[in-house]
Design a protein around this ligand. Structure first.
Ligand code: SF4
Ligand code: SF4
Length: 369
């Protein structure tokens, strides 16, 4: 096991860490309250962190409400994920300008100052690892994604509670992160237990000059995560990949298609969904052209449009494609599930469709299919 040179410390509040990172030249992105939801945006100082708030989540339901007094991170994941930053919703890939003898093509440069993400949850670290396999997998690399990933410091926050739509424990992606971060914070009654997960994280903690954590506080940090795991009321059946592979004609697909609006909200909120569209645009003179990439969704009819028509015309076929890819064929393709159990698709589905319940319904009556 890797040993980092600094043992864990206790922080009175996270502003000390945010302030130190900003003073060292990091752009710090973390949770902020915007339109009554937790979003990930640039922090000017530690006061930007929402304090004393918690979230209520259920299928199709999200509210911010007063939380435990003085707690900094008493909410779980909101509508946005870190993919908003690492894999932007709309991105210029290159531009072309006409010259007398042809075109000049200019690849879009990646503008990414050294950046610290603060408040990354275990399921979100797992989601980044899933997207790494898509965008930077050794054979194929999205160079802009690779730059952003490499130049980003990850400050995790270990969840002290689970939301009602969380099911990371059954996906083995949380609620406690054990790797994939530079620093991990656990909020205790007497402050934040801060541990390092990399040499650069350890060096930052050493410069904070804070009190070392006691063995009792390390133990408490573990117990906080165990309690958060025990709170989870939803779970994904372990045999979901096999169940879905075996049931392409199950009647539940018709049943869910009757409720699904095919709005694509679940794919946009999902931290692992990566489908895109590519669009070429020109100015009116025809002298300047640009290629843009933007998020798309397998719920859109046009997503499968090929010479004359779409392949997946029914809502049933699109919902089935999304769920079987996410939970089953993703495993064949990438070696892991495409779901990390964050629960966003459940909370942010306007009609409250619950991926765990859909799988359970198919699993429970699989023989009818
Ligand atoms: S499928 Fe749903 S629960 Fe799974 S990672 Fe995506 S949004 Fe989260
Ligand atoms: S499952 Fe829900 S969020 Fe996803 S496309 Fe259907 S209605 Fe929209």
């Amino acid at each position: 096991m890797t040993q980092y040179p600094v043992s864990a410390i206790m922080l009175r509040d996270p502003s000390l860490l945010v302030g130190a990172l900003i003073a060292e030249g990091w752009r710090v992105i973390g949770p902020k309250l915007d339109q009554n939801a937790i979003v990930y945006d640039q922090l000017i100082n530690g006061d930007d962190l929402p304090r004393g708030l918690t979230d209520e989540q259920e299928a199709g339901h999200y509210r911010m409400v007063p939380g435990r007094d003085g707690r900094w991170f008493d909410y779980v994941v909101g509508p946005q994920s870190w993919k908003k930053w690492l894999f932007p919703a709309r991105q210029k890939l290159w531009s072309a300008t006409r010259r007398d003898d042809g075109f000049d093509i200019e690849a879009q440069a990646t503008d990414w100052p050294k950046t610290a993400f603060i408040g990354v949850r275990a399921c979100e670290i797992a989601a980044m690892a899933v997207q790494d396999r898509v965008f930077d997998n050794g054979s194929f690399a999205d160079s802009a994604y690779a730059v952003r990933r490499r130049d980003t410091l990850i400050v995790a926050v270990q969840c002290a509670r689970s939301g009602a739509t969380c099911f990371c424990a059954s996906m083995e992606t949380g609620p406690r992160a054990s790797a994939g971060f530079d620093i991990a914070l656990t909020e205790l009654d007497d402050g934040l237990f801060a541990d390092s997960g990399s040499d650069r994280g350890a060096a930052i903690l050493a410069r904070l000059n804070a009190h070392p954590a006691q063995p009792r506080q390390r133990q408490e940090a573990q117990e906080v995560s165990a309690r958060a795991a025990a709170m989870q009321v939803r779970r994904m059946p372990a045999n979901a990949p096999e169940v879905l592979r075996a049931q392409p004609d199950h009647p539940q697909w018709d049943e869910v298609a009757n409720r699904c609006l095919s709005c694509g909200n679940c794919t946009l909120a999902c931290p692992t969904c990566f489908c895109t569209d590519v669009e070429d645009v020109t100015d009116l003179s025809g002298n300047h052209a640009e290629r843009w990439r933007s998020w798309d969704s397998c719920f859109s009819v046009d997503f499968t449009y090929v010479h004359g028509g779409s392949v997946r015309r029914s809502v049933k076929s699109r919902y089935r494609q999304w769920m079987t890819h996410k939970l089953s064929s993703w495993v064949d393709q990438f070696g892991t599930s495409g779901c990390v159990g964050c629960g966003r698709c459940i909370t942010w589905c306007p009609v409250g469709i619950d991926i765990t319940k859909e799988v359970a319904a198919i699993a429970a009556s699989g023989s009818e299919g």
